[in-house]
Write a protein that binds this ligand. Structure first.
Ligand code: SF4
Ligand code: SF4
Ligand code: FES
Length: 364
């Protein structure tokens, strides 16, 4: 039997699997190493230098996110030298960042400010105003891009390429002018963008944020409550978090945003599609049916109780079967129903009405 390979992290011996990075070994062991450009769904980029650690025998510090673990490595992730590096790095990021903590629930929390506070980075270094201004990608209903908050970590562009396989956005410009753009600076709507919103979720600074909460949240700084649920748009069953403004709808609560659970925690791995992420205005839409309707003698739809509506439907279905035979009936269920509900529809078609004419729109 082969012995597990080990390394040491801050003097603690840890086993690792072949292919793991130093960051993955540290995170599995519960050791915090700060990151900005890292997303576990993406190939390591080693771009932001936030996660640098010391490795015995190595002259330079190495990015934990992009350094493969090897047997016998002796790693230090906390030291005076590392602290000085993190402090200076965050001060440099702040130098071309907008002043003040801007982010909260409008987009992802701004991790630059969180790390700057953690490592007591000086905030009085000269600032370079609007250095990344321009190319706002703004002509679309959902996604806001604030170039001034961007740190050019390329998580959004790599997500778009590696996870969505769409490559609608890219890094453009050089040096301190580097920013996010589309081909020919087209509106996102005129690119291959699928409006999945994954670039928003992965962005560590809130430079990519949602427009809908900006438009609807009267007080954006309000604390939102998260409720985990299952998306009901198709049969995949993605997990999502409803972000609820508890004071909305006269205190009944109002869904003001949908976010995905963290990557690696649910089957959809932090991803959602345009419907799951953005198409939630039906919840409070004035046209939404909240009570059954049946036609009265005058042919007009009128509100009814569930038992009245079910009775009317049963009479209608039985009437068709009597007049035209059982196979004159057909039952079509929906991929927005659960597996159990779809099972019950086919059971009702076959066992109650005696027909095999039953289908479900996703046929999954
Ligand atoms: S919304 Fe999705 S497809 Fe569009 S740019 Fe962002 S990650 Fe790419
Ligand atoms: S928009 Fe966000 S994710 Fe994209 S490069 Fe800028 S900071 Fe990184
Ligand atoms: S998180 Fe490792 S270099 Fe950015």
């Amino acid at each position: 039997m082969t012995q597990p390979q080990t390394l040491t992290l801050n003097g603690r011996e840890l086993a690792f699997a072949p292919g793991e990075t130093v960051l993955e070994v540290a995170q599995r062991a519960g050791s915090f190493i700060p990151t900005l450009c890292h997303d576990p769904r993406l190939a390591p980029a080693g771009a932001c230098r936030t996660c640098l650690v010391e490795i015995e025998g190595w002259r330079r510090m190495a990015p934990a996110c992009a350094t493969p673990a090897t047997a016998g490595m002796a790693i230090t992730s906390e030291s005076g030298r590392i602290d000085r590096h993190r402090k200076s790095l965050m001060a440099l990021y702040l130098a071309d960042h907008p002043e003040g903590f801007v982010g909260s629930e409008l987009g992802a929390p701004d991790q630059v400010y969180q790390l700057a506070e953690r490592y007591a980075a000086p905030t009085d270094w000269p600032r370079m105003d609007n250095i990344r201004a321009g190319r706002p990608l703004d002509e679309n209903p959902y996604i806001l891009f604030d170039a001034t908050k961007c740190i050019a970590c390329a998580r959004c562009t790599r997500y778009c390429d590696e996870v969505e396989a769409v490559t609608a956005i890219t890094l453009a410009g050089r040096g301190s002018q580097t920013t996010i753009a589309t081909v020919d600076n087209l509106s996102l709507l005129d690119t291959t963008c699928e409006m999945c919103g994954g670039c928003i979720d992965t962005c560590p600074t809130g430079a990519m944020a949602e427009k809908i909460p900006l438009l609807t949240a009267a007080r954006p700084e309000r604390e939102l409550t998260k409720v985990r649920t299952t998306c009901n748009y198709c049969g995949v069953g993605c997990q999502m978090d409803l972000n609820i403004d508890p004071e909305g709808n006269g205190g009944r609560g109002k869904v003001v945003k949908i976010t995905s659970p963290a990557p690696g925690t649910t089957t959809n791995d932090g991803n959602l599609c345009v419907k799951g992420r953005f198409a939630y205005d039906f919840i409070d839409h004035e046209d939404r049916l909240t009570t059954p309707l049946v036609r009265g003698a005058d042919g007009q739809l009128q509100p009814a109780s569930w038992s009245e509506a079910l009775q009317r439907a049963a009479e209608g279905l039985l009437g068709v079967a009597e007049r035209h035979g059982k196979d004159a009936l057909g039952f079509i269920s929906s991929s927005r129903c659960t597996v159990e509900e779809n099972y019950l529809v086919q059971k009702m078609a076959r066992a109650v009405f005696g027909t095999n004419h039953v289908h479900q729109c996703a046929a999954t």
